[in-house]
Design a protein around this ligand. Structure first.
Ligand code: BG6
Length: 496
C-alpha cells in the first residue's frame, strides 16, 4: 500500500476568527488530521485583529469541529497544534512577532520551514500582507513558502491586476494558490475522468454530437449576513467569473497531453481565449439578470433582496444570472454553453446537463409526427447528490414502436462507506503537496475578468430596471427565453 504523504507544514491563517475559518477551514484541517495526512509535525498559527489567547483560539476550533460532521474523538490532541497571534496587518511589529513565533514553533515541532500563508480575510489586505511578509523576512525560511488566496480575486480586471502585481512582488506565480473551492469538489474533479477515461464519451464530445450544455448552480439561501459584500459583487462576479466559468473550462478544454498542472492549465487557457467576447449592444442576447423579490420557500415567507441587511433600498445588484457562452473553436463552434446561478431559488443544486443531438432519422417519430423521442442526456450531479445519470431511450414495456427515457445512474451516496472529502480539505492538502492543478492560474483569472467586465459594465450603464423573480422560483422569465430563442429549454433540476 502507498504511504500517505505527510508534508511537515506550518499554516499561518489570516482571518482565524472569521466565518470561513470556523465553517470550513478548521473542520477540513481536522479531517486531514483524522485521515493521517498531517503528521505530528504541523502547527497552525491563527492571526487576526482580536486579542485572543491560544486557549481562546483552541476553544473556537474545538467548537467548530464539534458542530461539524466529524467525530470529535481526537479534537483535543488536534487543538494542541493551534497557536494564536493578535495581528495588525499594517504594523511591521506584527510580522516580526510572526517570524519569531514561527521559528520557535517550527523548532519545537520539527518543521523544516515549510509555510502556507492562508488569506481568509477581507480582500483589501491581501496585497499588504503579502508584501510585508516578504519585507519583514517572514518568507525567508529554509523550506517552501506558499500563499493561498481566497476569492474575491479583485472585482474587475484592473483591481485583479493590481492585486496580482502586489502579491507577485513577494511570491512567484508557482508559489501562489488562488482558491476556487469548486475545483476541490469531488464531481468537478470527476469531469476530467468522465471525459478522458471513457472511450464512449470523448469521441462524441464536440459540436457534431452535442447540441448544448447547461450548468446550473442554484441556491435556496439569500445573501444572509453578506449584504455588504454582495452589493459590490452580485451573482456575476460572485459565481460566474470563477466557479461557473471553471466548470465550463473543464467541460470544454481539449484533453491535456499529461495530467500535469501546466498542461491542464494551458488547455483551459486556450479554451478561455476562444470564448466569444460580447459587445454591449448584443448583451441581452447572451446574458440576463434578475433580483429576488419576497416569496415563499418551504412554506415560509422570505424577504426580497432589497429588504436584506446592508442592501440599498433601490439596489440593482443581480442575485441571478443566466448566460450563453459560445466557444469559437473547431470543437465547439455552434454549441451554446448555458450557465445559470442565483440565490433564493427553489432548490440548492449544482448540475451539468450535456444534451446530445437528435438522431438524423428517428424511426419512432415517423409513424406519428408528434411522437418526439427524448434526447440523450448526460447529467453530472455536483451537489448535493454526487454522481452521473445517462438518460437513454428504451422500449416502452408492452407497446411496440414506443420509447421511454430510462436512466443509467451512478451515485456516490449509494456506495457504502464513501464519504467524499470536503473541497477545502483536498485543496489544502494539494497545496501542502505543491500541486497547483486545482487552483486558478493568473492567466485564467485575467482572461475571465476580461470576459466578465463588459457584461457588468453593460448592466451598470443600463437604464432599465432590473428584472425580478419571486423567491422560491428558478429565476426570471428572461432566463427561459434565452434558451427558447435557440430552440432549447432548461432541463428541470428536480426531474433529473
Ligand atoms: C461562494 C460564494 O464562492 O460560493 C457564495 O461567494 C456562494 O455566495 C457559495 O453561496 C456557493 O458555494 P457552494 O459550495 O455552497 O455551492
Amino acid at each position: 500500500m502507498n504511504e500517505i504523504a505527510q508534508p511537515k507544514t506550518s499554516i499561518i491563517l489570516f482571518g482565524a476568527t472569521g466565518d470561513l475559518a470556523k465553517r470550513k477551514l478548521y473542520p477540513s484541517i481536522y479531517s486531514l488530521f483524522l485521515s493521517g495526512k498531517l503528521s505530528k509535525n504541523f502547527v497552525v498559527i491563527g492571526a487576526a485583529r482580536r486579542e485572543w489567547s491560544d486557549e481562546e483560539l483552541r476553544e473556537n476550533v474545538k467548537k467548530s469541529i464539534v458542530e461539524s460532521k466529524y467525530s470529535s474523538d481526537k479534537v483535543d490532541e488536534f487543538c494542541q497544534h493551534f497557536y494564536y497571534l493578535p495581528f495588525d496587518v499594517t504594523n511591521t511589529e506584527s510580522y516580526s512577532q510572526l517570524k519569531d513565533k514561527l521559528n520557535q514553533l517550527e523548532l519545537a515541532y520539527g518543521i523544516p520551514g515549510n509555510r502556507i500563508y492562508y488569506m481568509a480575510m477581507a480582500p483589501q489586505f491581501f496585497g499588504t500582507i503579502a508584501i510585508q511578509l516578504k519585507r519583514e523576512g517572514v518568507t525567508q525560511s529554509e523550506g517552501w513558502n506558499r500563499l493561498v488566496i481566497e476569492k474575491p480575486f479583485g472585482h474587475d480586471l484592473p483591481s485583479a491586476q493590481k492585486l496580482n502585481n502586489e502579491i507577485r512582488e513577494a511570491f512567484s506565480e508557482d508559489q501562489i494558490y488562488r482558491i476556487d473551492h469548486y475545483l476541490g469538489k469531488e464531481m468537478v474533479q470527476n469531469i476530467e475522468v468522465i471525459r478522458f477515461a471513457n472511450a464512449i464519451f470523448e469521441p462524441l464530445w464536440n459540436n457534431r454530437h452535442i447540441s448544448n450544455i447547461q450548468i446550473t448552480s442554484s441556491e435556496v439561501l439569500g445573501v444572509e449576513e453578506r449584504g455588504g459584500y454582495y452589493e459590490t459583487s452580485g451573482a456575476l462576479r460572485d459565481m460566474v467569473q470563477n466557479h461557473l466559468l471553471q466548470m465550463v473550462l473543464l467541460l470544454s478544454m481539449d484533453p491535456p497531453i499529461r495530467l500535469a498542472t501546466n498542461e491542464v492549465r494551458s488547455e483551459k487557457i486556450k479554451v478561455l481565449r476562444a470564448i466569444r467576447a460580447i459587445s454591449s449592444e448584443e448583451m441581452e442576447n447572451y446574458f440576463v439578470r434578475g433580483q429576488y423579490r419576497a416569496g415563499e420557500l418551504s412554506g415560509l415567507q422570505v424577504p426580497g433582496y432589497r429588504e436584506e441587511k446592508n442592501v440599498e433600498k433601490k439596489s440593482s445588484t443581480e442575485t441571478f444570472v443566466a448566460g450563453k457562452l459560445m466557444i469559437d473553436n473547431h470543437r465547439w463552434a455552434g454549441v451554446p454553453f448555458y450557465v445559470r446561478t442565483g440565490k433564493r431559488m427553489s432548490v440548492k443544486s449544482t448540475k451539468i446537463v450535456v444534451q446530445f443531438k437528435d438522431l438524423p432519422l428517428n424511426v419512432y417519430t415517423q409513424k406519428s409526427r408528434d411522437r418526439k423521442i427524448h434526447p440523450n442526456l448526460l447529467v453530472i450531479h455536483i451537489q448535493p447528490d454526487e454522481g452521473i445519470t445517462l438518460i437513454l431511450n428504451g422500449k416502452k414495456v408492452g407497446l411496440l414502436g414506443e420509447t421511454v427515457p430510462v436512466d443509467l445512474e451512478f451515485k456516490h451516496s449509494s456506495i457504502d462507506g464513501v464519504n467524499t472529502p470536503e473541497a477545502y480539505e483536498r485543496l489544502i492538502y494539494d497545496c501542502m503537496l505543491g500541486d497547483a492543478t486545482n487552483f486558478a492560474h493568473w492567466d485564467e483569472v485575467n482572461l475571465s475578468w476580461a470576459l466578465i467586465d463588459p457584461i457588468s459594465q453593460a448592466w451598470a450603464e443600463s437604464t432599465q430596471e432590473i428584472d425580478t423573480y419571486a423567491a422560491g422560483t428558478m429565476g426570471p422569465e428572461a432566463s427561459d427565453l434565452l434558451l427558447e430563442k435557440d430552440g432549447f429549454k432548461w432541463w428541470s433540476l428536480k426531474d433529473l
